[in-house]
Write a protein that binds this ligand. Structure first.
Ligand code: 3SL
Length: 244
């Protein structure tokens, strides 16, 4: 049987170049939206509705949702949750539905809406995600959220880690070098991801907010087996869906 392909999109602005209609798109925002989403499900969240605007998230409160909003790396005043994975390690999130907006991650999810399926990836669910992707018999596009439509290192490094892990089971697309580039970058960085990111824009941005702990945590692989997937307008934990 012909192998399925794996490809990397460095930025939401490039996503129109990809045909996602028959592919699984893995949305990646390592620092920090997709890491927080993975860890939220690990702590028992029922669903997360990703929305683009702060006001949209706020409107969900009336429907009984917890509401989350991040802008400029900080929780927006008046919301229940921001974008730190640690804020989702709280019994108050268990069994709750959450509406969430973040600067880049939730926008990237919106851009991927024409995909056959959307999954959420981060170092935190790396192996569970890769094992699941191997079983799907679908082309895979790894969509890096980047920063305001520009390339960033951390999302590309995770995309590279996934390409590296799936190389035996998938083939690289032959008309683009992004998957190869992501994997080669990952090989340069893999022994010290935190150190490799020292000069990176988002590490510096988050360090100004004194949240180095978030960065270290988000770069630590395999802290959950949750595979968040989009069903309709919301993200659910696939493991829970499959056990129903
Ligand atoms: O861009 C995003 O979606 C956020 O993850 C950015 S931040 O890490 O909360 O600053």
């Amino acid at each position: 049987m012909k192998k399925k392909s794996i490809d990397v999109c460095f930025s939401p602005a490039l996503f129109h170049l990809y045909d996602a209609s028959e592919s699984i798109v893995v949305v990646i925002d390592v620092l920090r939206a997709t890491s927080s989403i993975c860890i939220a499900f690990e702590h028992g969240v029922r669903s997360i509705v990703p929305v683009s605007k702060v006001e949209e998230s706020s409107a969900y409160r009336a429907k009984g949702y917890l509401v989350g909003a991040e802008r400029k790396g900080e929780m927006v005043e008046g919301f229940d949750l921001g974008n730190s994975p640690f804020s989702y390690m709280d019994p108050k999130v268990k069994d709750r539905d959450i509406a969430l907006t973040t600067t880049n991650g939730t926008q990237a999810i919106a851009i991927a809406r024409n995909a056959f399926q959307i999954a959420i990836g981060s170092f935190l669910n790396q192996d569970a995600l890769c094992n699941w992707l191997k079983q799907q018999n679908r082309n895979v596009i790894l969509l890096c959220s980047g920063w305001k439509n520009s390339f960033n290192f951390e999302d590309t490094l995770f995309a590279g880690a996934v390409v590296h892990k799936l190389l035996d089971s998938f083939e690289l697309t032959d008309h683009r070098d992004s998957a190869l580039a992501a994997m080669q970058l990952y090989h340069l960085a893999k022994d010290d991801l935190y150190g490799f990111l020292e000069q990176s824009s988002h590490r510096k941005r988050l360090e100004k907010l004194q949240i180095e702990d978030d960065i270290v945590f988000c770069l630590t692989p395999n802290q959950t087996d949750c595979i968040p997937v989009m069903v309709g307008d919301a993200i659910y934990n696939l493991n829970v869906l499959q056990s129903m």
